[in-house]
Every structure is written in structure tokens, then in C-alpha cells.
Design a protein around this ligand. Sequence first.
Ligand code: FAQ
Length: 356
Amino acid sequence: MYTQSFNVQEASGQKKAPTAASLENPEFQARFDRKIDADGKIEPQDWMPEAYRRALVRQISQHAHSEIVGMLPEGNWISRAPSLKRKAILIAKVQDEGGHGLYLYSAAETLGTSREQMLADLHSGKAKYSSIFNYPTLNWADVGVIGWLVDGAAIMNQIPLCRCSFGPYARAMIRVCKEESFHQRQGYEALLVMMQGTDGQKAMVQDATDRWWWKCLAMFGPPDTDSPHSAQAMRWGIKRISNDDLRQKFIDATVPQARVLGVTLPDPELKWNEERQHHDYGQIDWDEFWSTVNGNGPCNKERLATRVKAHHEGQWVRDAALAYARKHQNVNLCGTDQELRSNFALSSTHSGKEAA
Ligand code: FAQ
């Protein structure tokens, strides 16, 4: 299991990756395969193929990065929310996204990769995060549409991850999905209220829907035929449902919601196909998607710069938390109550301040 506590890092660095001898072991491999075939859970202490470990670190760290970068477009609206109620809801939502990032970084750390390394990769632009967060939030309706469509797409993609073969990721996703569900509903409810307002407010909701719809469809990733990781990820039980199937489920679930809301989804080809029992839909602009994934979307540079700045400005918090954790580690090593008390007394006398 992983923990959310702020542990002092071991002097030798992070958890050890498996030794070369254990990397290729037919007996271990057979046991791993049997567990996967039986739909069992792989835990961090279990042997696993290096490729499985790497695939998980890639996906979980990208997911964690998406959560913390995803805080930025909405965070911009906290000070401009139209009422105290909306402000309180938005603060809670953005805080949840930060929490999701923390569970996910913790889950990835159990695979032997340090949080520092993952963040360094994000900040240098080496690591990916979801394409969707590289688009601007132009007005208040965008905040509602992000809840309705972006969180709606995120839930559709993440529910199957609760059954992922890697235990820590699957367990983290259970709580994440419950919170995402609140996020989706608050967005939809905010839009329902706007749709009962003035013509101007209704136009804002339609405009935001027009701008976000196609980007949300692309969020599920490239078509199955162009997805290099899907087949192996599904064989390993990391992914349970393919990119295209999730996209279809999302479209089928969203069409009736749009009808209730009173907005038009911006796709003239969107229509129910009786034979397939699904909606047909138009072409996604994959060139635009890849351009955004590769760093050239409208807000990539701004998002990364904001994230790096926030990281630097938070250095004092990490320093303070580490100093506190070190102090407690020393105290805990002392053992007896007497020693514990004198240790605190000593440190307060020494520093001239109350113990943290
Ligand atoms: N954006 O072979 P596949 C959220 C990349 S959380 C950027 O299909 P895979 C919460 C992919 O990484 C949203 N890159 O890859 C929230 C790979 O590149 P690589 C994030 C993308 O991994 C809401 C390449 O394309 N959710 O929204 C994207 O099998 C509101 C080939 O693709 C997760 O991360 C994309 N959209 O499938 C927060 C869920 N799609 O690594 C705030 C977990 C694909 O080879 C406000 N992740 N790529 O360089 C997954 O389910 C999968 O990783 C997929 C991609 C489905 C994203």
C-alpha cells in the first residue's frame, strides 16, 4: 500500500527497482501471467515485467500531471465566480483535483519512480498531460462545460480503471471517480441554471459547448487503429475498454443530456444509428489533437510556465514539511515517553521557538 504522508526520503534514494536477476525469470513471468489471466491484482511488492512497470509509470504519471495541470484553467475562475456558492464549489473541485494528483503520484511512486523525477519530466516538457487542458477558459460557462463534458469524459475513461490490474492505481481510482462524479454534476447543474437565464447566458453555454465538444472527444486518445499502447495495455488488464469504445459510450451518454440542457452539439453528422444502436458522429481533427499534444496548442506554454512557477513558489512549503517530518522521525526513534518529551523540550529550548 502507499501512503499520503510526507515521508523523509531514504538517504539511498527511492525504492529499489528489481535487480537484473529478477527481470527475466520464466517462473516469475508465468506466475505473473497466471495472475493477470485470473483477473488478480498485481501489488508493488510482486514481481512484474519491466515493460508492465514502465507502462504503468507512463500512464499513471501522465494521469497525475493531467490532474494538477487541470487545476489551472478552472483555478483562473475562483476569484471571478459569480456567487459565493459557486466560488465555494469551485474551490472544492480544484482542491479535489490536487488530491487526485497526490494519490496518483503516490501510486506511481510504489513502482520505484520518484515524485521529483516525475515532476522534473513534467516541468521540462518531456512528460505528457491531457491535451484538453491546453485550451483557454474564456468565460464562466466554460467552467460549467468543463464539469459537464471534461469531467464527464474523465469519468467514462476512469471507471474501468477502478478494475485495473495494478492494485494501488485501481484503489486510487475508486475515490477519484466518486469525486469526479460530483464535479460532473456541479458543472451540469451550473449550466442548467444558466439555460434558465437571459439570452446572453444561453448563448454563452452554447458557445462554450461548441468550443469544448470536439476537444473532449479527442481526450479519449487516438483511434484504436492508431493507438500504439492499447493492445498490450488491454492484455495486461491496465486498460479495460478501448479508446474508441469509450468515446462512443461518452457520446451516447451525452446526447440526451444535451437535449435536456437545451444545447446543440456542434456536429451535423451526429445521429442515432438504429442498426448499430449507437450514435454516428463526424470526423475528429486529429492533426489539431497531435499539434496540441506536441506542445503547440493555444495554452501549452502558459500552462507549463504557471505550473513551474507554482512549484518554485511552493519550495518553502516542501522545506518546512520535510523539516517537520525529519524532526518527527528523530522523535519516533527515541522510543520512550520520557525521551520524547525531553526531545521536544530540547528542540524548543535550542531553537527558542515552540516545536513545530
Ligand atoms: N492527451 O496508445 P495511446 C481529468 C498520448 S484527467 C495527451 O492511446 P494510452 C481530470 C498517449 O499518452 C484526464 N496525450 O495511449 C480533470 C501516448 O503518448 P506516449 C487524463 C494523449 O496511454 C477534469 C500516445 O498519445 N486522464 O480530466 C492523449 O494507451 C477536469 C498514444 O496514445 C487520464 O490520464 C490525450 N488526451 O491511452 C482534472 C486517464 N491521449 O505516452 C481537472 C488515464 C493519448 O506514448 C478538471 N490514462 N495521448 O508518449 C488513460 O486512460 C490513457 O493513458 C489514455 C491514452 C486513454 C489517455
